[in-house]
Design a binder for this molecule. Sequence first.
Ligand code: FES
Ligand SMILES: [Fe+2]
Length: 426
Amino acid sequence: MTTQAENDFLTKTGPGTPMGELFRRYWLPAMHADEIPEPDCPPVRVTLLSEKLVAFRDTRGRIGMIEEFCAHRGASLWFGRNEESGLRCPYHGWKYDVTGQCLEVPSEPAESGYCKRIKLKSYPCVELGDVIWVYMGPPEHKPPLPEFEWAKVPPSHRFASRRLQECNYLQAMEGGIDSVHLSFLHRGDLRTDPLHVGSKGSEYARNTDGKFEVVETPGGMIIGVRRSAEPGFLYWRITQWVMPTHTMIPPYGDNALNGHAWVPIDDENCLTWSITHHPTRPLNAKELEVMRSGGGNHAVLVPGTLRPIVNRDNNYMIDRAAQKAGKSYSGVKGIAMQDAAIQESMGPIQDRTRENLVSTDNAVILARRRLRKAALALQQGVEPDAIDPELHRVRSASLVLPDNVRFYEAAAEALKVKEGAEHVSV
Ligand code: FES
Ligand SMILES: [Fe+2]
């Protein structure tokens, strides 16, 4: 049973919390690069790990992610003027560069050197895979850059979306590794979503005799689900979880690979990234159209916001008739919004002291244990797992294996990234 203290430990990620310190040791996907598309474009507000920040691209193209509030009297720099290699507060004209260094305090004589003593908090950013990643940890522990395959393929091979999810990151991520819910919550969509149909695998996946095995890996874990296939063979769907919150979902046929990453905004909201990529071919017009209109694990947002159009305020546009007719198990349309609706319904932070876990929750239990262990070890100075980018170079897979082999050994090669080689998928 989870105690209140254990739940708090895992779910709080603000400055100074153990789990917050753990998150601060990884590069985190923060925003799309094209949200600040060009030098001197308008700044964008970003809240991560309960810290309010503002992102901008300066005149020289450098990316800055600095604390949102002016050091003078606290005005939001989101109103700032992004000009002449810095962000200028519109209240009294104090100006900051991408490192948060104050460059100018107009009221003070330049020779006083007053501005040199003023510096806002800032975090280093990199642009990788059309995404801006931020590192919010101690500078001396900045890890090498991430090497997830989706961020390394050509832009034409990838589609990423991010959305606000109005609940704690942990219950959102737990949905991503809880493969059992597919056969219930997403049942209708596996038959109809264009990105999931049309493969031998999607036929096997209808067999309801799924059995789960979870195996720890150096960077996280793999979750294998086996179902019956032809006599003497089993159909395996293998999900990857990479610390702290990356998942890779098993593919169907030649369909692209899908994955998620969750980043805490604050303790009651998170950023859900949905990422689709194909290792060897550009995504086609049909696939892109489906994803842009909320298919696959993507969602359509209220323009100018991160909030999905389908949201709590409209009861997720639940269609009770579709639910009754068996077209949709939950009545909510689209895989992404089914996940969001259910996970947000658990409350801003799920009360884990009241849950009753069963054997199919093994992956959830293991992930919690692993995160907790890493956060505790970090306090003793032990580097967290999956800092090493080599451990990001893994893939999900779906394959048919003889029924007398251990899946993680038999599938070992399929679970590695092989540049220029197709993923293993039936
Ligand atoms: S509050 Fe920003 S310059 Fe005065
Ligand atoms: Fe789901």
